[in-house]
Design a protein around this ligand. Structure first.
Ligand code: ARG
Length: 475
């Protein structure tokens, strides 16, 4: 027997409008609707629903016939969405209700059984976890790709000498490869932060329902396993109220984005005519509409700028979550837009940086010249005084300071300074000192573990390349 339900008002919501006699104000729809941005979770929403319905059939809560109809309908919807043939409606608020309403159109009232033992609260928590999990996997692959480019550059330029800076003042010569590998280390920590977040994220909220769990004999382990989660979440209130997994991911993204901006800043400096340390490819620079000579490092500048969006996403969501009482509050709908923007921006930064690094060419001669400037081997001279003459380091530092000022007065580099000038400062200095004053010898001598010596860099770069290749083939 078919029972007709009277709709008190044609405008009241088809999903929850039972007790309503009128529709929402236009401005209510405007502030309430999330479909414009949460529609991108449609694949996750459908996967979650299919897992849920399959479990409802397994446990006998739904008949197999009903479950089959629902699953077929959901698969239809997936195809429609993939084909761009699905019409999302703001009146239906969000992705969950848009899909359910379409299901009703496709298979009739049996569609209403899908929402048994479930609420949008556990549904959205599940969808978002699945979405973030996918995002983390994509980001990890992106970070690995950048590491690969950096390691490849490092191996090619294990011997290329450049000035190392502190305070952006010439400090000591280093190798270009060593500089590249510094970023590989940072990105490794970034990746482990994402991996760590993913581990904690991988619990399934589905079946915790609105906030209290459900009286239906559901099998939460089954849905958890079907969706690739490690286990069902243990407390229903926490499960629907928690957004830590997004915050952790955004925090990891913000830190990693910060690393990318340091790299971007160096690229901007290095590509300037004053430094001319690197040449960027045409693919990642733009010209000026008025100054024909210009090649602007726009991609690097935009990477440097976009960290704002990533950090803002973290800050925004942290502020949304602050002080929210348990369990779900509609405030939490504000989690998605900022997260999507932050993670999209980060993925773009990553891709642009990978392209720039792959294409940039270090100007080996210019780097070497600069490395020799600014008395960059003064520490090598002091170390030699300690080693060869048994001088205490503090005294050696002082003697070296005097020699540097003599060189400065004569406008000569340390290796150009006549021996007589040095022996006038300390009579025990011999011409063996010249061996340590060249930038090549300086870097070659830095063989301590983690030091800049070409032999270290070559070994490390090879190790990274091998490790990243192995990872890549396991993906
Ligand atoms: N669109 C909502 C969100 O993103 C889904 C959950 C709504 N739940 C509710 N009880 N109104 O948070």
């Amino acid at each position: 027997m078919k029972v007709e339900r009277s709709n008190k008002s044609a405008q009241s919501n088809a999903m929850w409008g039972g007790r309503f006699s009128g529709g929402p104000a236009a401005i209510m729809e405007e502030i309430n609707a999330s479909i414009d941005f949460d529609k991108r979770m449609a694949p996750q929403d459908i996967a979650g629903s299919i897992a849920h319905v399959s479990m409802l059939a397994e446990t006998g809560i739904l008949t197999r016939t009903d479950a089959k109809k629902i699953i077929a309908g959901l698969e239809n919807i997936r195809t429609e969405i993939e084909a761009g043939a699905f019409t999302f409606s703001r009146a239906l608020e969000d992705v969950h209700m848009n899909i359910e309403a379409r299901l009703v159109e496709l298979i009739g009232p049996v569609a209403g059984k899908l929402h048994t033992a479930r609420s949008r609260n556990d549904q959205v928590a599940t969808d978002f976890r699945l979405y973030i999990r996918d995002a983390i996997d994509q980001i990890d692959a992106g970070l690995a790709a950048l590491q690969t480019e950096l390691s490849t550059k490092a191996l090619a330029h294990a011997e290329t000498v450049m000035p190392g800076f502190t305070h952006l003042q010439t400090a000591q010569p280093v190798t270009f490869g060593h500089h590249c590998l510094a970023y590989v280390e940072m990105l490794t920590r970034d990746r482990s932060r994402f991996t760590d977040a993913r581990k904690r994220l991988n619990e399934c909220p589905l079946g915790t329902a609105a906030l209290a769990g459900t009286s239906f004999p559901i099998d939460r382990k089954a849905t958890s396993a079907a969706l690739g989660f490690d286990r069902p979440s243990a407390n229903s209130l926490d499960a629907v109220a928690d957004r830590d997994f997004v915050l952790e991911t955004l925090a990891a993204a913000a830190i990693s984005a910060m690393h990318l901006t340091r790299m971007a800043e160096e690229i901007v400096i290095w590509a300037s005519a004053e430094f001319a340390f690197i040449t960027l490819s045409d693919k990642f620079t733009t010209g000026s509409s008025i100054m024909p000579q210009k090649r602007n490092p726009d991609a690097a500048e935009l990477v440097r700028a976009k960290v704002g969006r990533v950090a803002a996403g973290f800050n925004s969501l942290l502020t949304v979550m602050k002080g929210l009482p348990l369990a779900y509050s509609k405030d939490m709908q504000e989690d998605k837009e900022v997260t999507f923007d932050a993670l999209d921006s980060f993925v773009l930064m990553l891709a642009a940086m990978t392209g720039m690094v792959a294409d940039m060419e270090p100007n080996v001669d210019k780097l070497r010249q600069s490395a020799a400037r600014g008395y960059s081997t003064a520490t090598d001279l002091a170390d030699w005084l300690v080693r060869a003459l048994g001088m205490p380091f503090r005294e050696a530092h002082h003697v070296t300071g005097e020699i540097v000022s003599e060189a400065e007065a004569r406008k000569l580099a340390l290796h150009e300074l006549p021996l007589a000038v040095m022996t006038a400062v300390d009579g025990r200095i011999t011409d063996e000192v010249y061996a340590v004053l060249s930038v090549e010898n300086s870097v070659r001598s830095r063989t301590s573990y983690g030091g800049t010596a070409p032999q270290n860099v070559r070994k490390m770069a090879r190790r990274w390349i091998k490790r990243l290749e192995k990872e890549q083939s396991a993906r």
